[in-house]
Ligand binder design. Structure first.
Ligand code: PEP
Ligand code: MG
Length: 565
């Protein structure tokens, strides 16, 4: 038996055959010329036919995909037969005698480069173009279709990591678990797995070497994959398969003693807000406004911004909404804000700091938020990301005052903000702890690096202590000012049901997460009183490692096993 160990990001125990993500399609040789047996015209026809076949295949996959996947696949299918793309490739074939697969590769690459120059990182269209490029080359050369494999039976998907386009098209009825050799517990694949409620293990070195068809046991509570399931493993998987079904969220987060712990959603735009409202989120605890700016080469006008914000507010009439100002930089650069190359972008000019290098954008964004709020009866709170000092909090609060935005806050994402929470909360009304960044800065571990996934884990006792310090600072600030200062958590930690209990036990007032995770978090919170949550938090905090902190909390939460969480 071979055992692989990684970091479990969504609990579950399943047994099934492994299917590996196919090898990515490689670049055809740079000097690949047209086959002398084929005329330019014939090659051009072949390109068109391959593009049509790819389009038809994507549309067929869209039929069987989840709701979000459908939209992604449909938009990608349009890209396959994009006229400019095909024209570019055909020109290369007919005028320069380039082989069709090389021609598509070059045409798509230059098209993607143009898009990249126009838009921000990960501009959706660029991902689409690369996806389509690989598919057409595979079709032209007879290689297996790239992307998530399909099978007649459910399977465990193994991959290095998943691209955003892959994750959006993943069908949870086919894929019963995800195991990746890279990625971290706060990165993209983990967020997706939690949203889909899919057992997942990331940073499990070696899993990409498992032969296709090998039956494995995946225990994502323990972060373990076994290639020869034992009887005990089979029993555990069967118990998981017969777990109590998770009820839909009923619209109010409550503990067993009736304490209300509002459960909010993290959203990026009107569409995701509508989806969150459909899942009965109690409001929005984090609107990542930079998502609405991706793909813009220049700052959008105040009117355009206001419309985007309004579409989110409209999804939650009368409800609580926390708007976060632009968090550009590091892994989310925007071309009009992040103009210089940086050696260490995570430690660079990002978040609130961009106001120092490109002044004006933040002020106009606040005007747009104010404008959108005027036509809405939602309760709008506004906060800034990446705050390190009390004077930054004061300056931000003054900017909000000037435009007439009433409820002011900042994020706690740096150890500096956590240890200074009391002073910071002398300047603002609330804080929201971004545990994704707070973990990376506390542990000095890049949140995108799979090799550091064990450090980049919000269960790390040092991170839990940072959260405790923040809550204690907020309590003192509340007493000193005679006004309740609120503490929320809007990082991925809030979406982990066991960790959510610890956060509540530490004194966090509200939690905000990917809307798909709310039902599980709510079900577990319902099983504990405030007092019990406090005991669990004390237990977790007294451990010396993330694994022990997690195990200590889980041992005190039998409901996790019942629900298979
Ligand atoms: C965080 O850092 O936890 C957070 C919520 O912000 P983001 O993930 O957008 O950096
Ligand atoms: Mg952050």
């Amino acid at each position: 038996m071979t055992t692989y160990k990684g970091v479990g990001v969504y609990a579950g125990r399943v047994i099934g055959p492994v299917l590996q993500m196919p090898e990515p399609i490689g670049e055809p040789a740079a000097n690949l010329k047209l086959n002398p047996n084929e005329t330019g015209e014939q090659a051009a026809e072949r390109i068109k036919a391959a593009a049509e076949a790819v389009k038809a295949d994507l549309l067929d996959r869209a039929e069987h995909a989840s709701r979000d996947g459908k939209a992604v696949l449909k938009s990608t299918s349009q890209m396959a037969t994009d006229r400019a793309l095909l024209k570019g490739a055909i020109k290369l074939v007919e005028n320069q005698g380039v082989a069709p697969e090389r021609a598509i590769w070059e045409a798509a690459t230059s098209f993607a480069d143009q898009m990249q120059a126009l838009g921000g990182y990960m501009a959706e269209r660029v991902t689409d173009i690369y996806d389509v490029r690989a598919r057409i080359v595979a079709e032209l050369t007879g290689q297996p279709t790239p992307g998530i494999p399909t099978s007649d039976e459910p399977f465990v998907l193994a991959a290095i990591d998943l691209a955003p386009a892959d994750t959006a098209t993943l069908n949870p009825e086919q894929v019963i678990a995800l195991i990746t050799s890279d990625g971290g517990p706060q990165a993209h694949t983990a967020i997706l797995a939690r949203g889909l409620g899919l057992p997942a293990i990331v940073a499990a070195k070696g899993v990409t070497e498992i032969e296709n068809g090998t039956v494995v046991y995946v225990d994502s509570n323990e972060g373990v994959v076994n290639t020869e399931p034992t009887d005990e493993d089979r029993e555990a998987a069967e118990k998981y398969a017969n777990r109590k079904p998770l009820a839909d969220f009923d619209g109010e987060g409550v503990l067993a003693d009736g304490t209300h712990v509002p459960l909010y959603a993290n959203v990026g735009d009107g569409k995701s807000a509508e989806k969150a409202a459909g899942l009965k989120a109690e409001g929005v605890g984090l609107l990542r406004t930079e998502f609405g700016f991706l793909g813009y080469d220049a700052e959008p006008s105040v009117e355009t911004q206001a419309e985007t914000y309004k579409s989110v507010f409209d999804a939650f009439p009368g409800k609580h909404i926390v708007v976060r100002t632009l968090d550009a930089g590091a892994d989310k650069p925007l071309p009009f804000l992040n103009t210089k190359e940086e050696e260490n972008p995570a430690l660079g000019v990002r978040g609130f700091r961009t106001d120092w290098t490109v002044p004006g954008v933040l002020t106009r964004q606040l005007e747009a938020i104010k404008k959108a709020s005027e036509g809405s009866d939602a309760d709008i709170w506004v906060m800034a990301p990446m705050i390190s000092t009390t004077s930054e909090a004061r300056n931000f609060a003054n900017m909000l005052k000037e435009v007439g935005l009433e409820t002011r806050g900042v994020m706690v994402e740096t150890p500096a903000a956590a240890v200074n929470a009391e002073a910071i909360l002398g300047e603002v009304d609330f804080v929201s702890i971004g545990t994704n960044d707070l973990t990376q800065y506390t542990m000095a571990a890049d949140r995108l690096l799979g090799d550091l996934a064990h450090l980049n884990n919000p269960w790390q006792p040092a991170v839990l202590k940072m959260i405790k310090l923040t809550v204690e600072g907020a309590r003192r600030a509340s007493t000193a000012t005679g006004t309740k200062k609120y503490v929320s958590v809007c990082g991925e930690a809030a979406a982990d049901p066991a960790l959510a209990v610890v956060l509540v036990g530490l004194g966090v007032d509200t939690l905000s997460m990917n809307a798909g995770a709310i039902a599980a978090v709510s079900a577990v919170l319902k099983s504990v009183t405030k007092e019990k949550a406090q005991q669990i938090a004390v237990e977790a905090l007294s451990q010396i490692s993330s694994a022990e902190a997690k195990a200590a909390a889980r041992d005190m939460l039998p409901v996790l096993d019942e629900l298979g969480l």
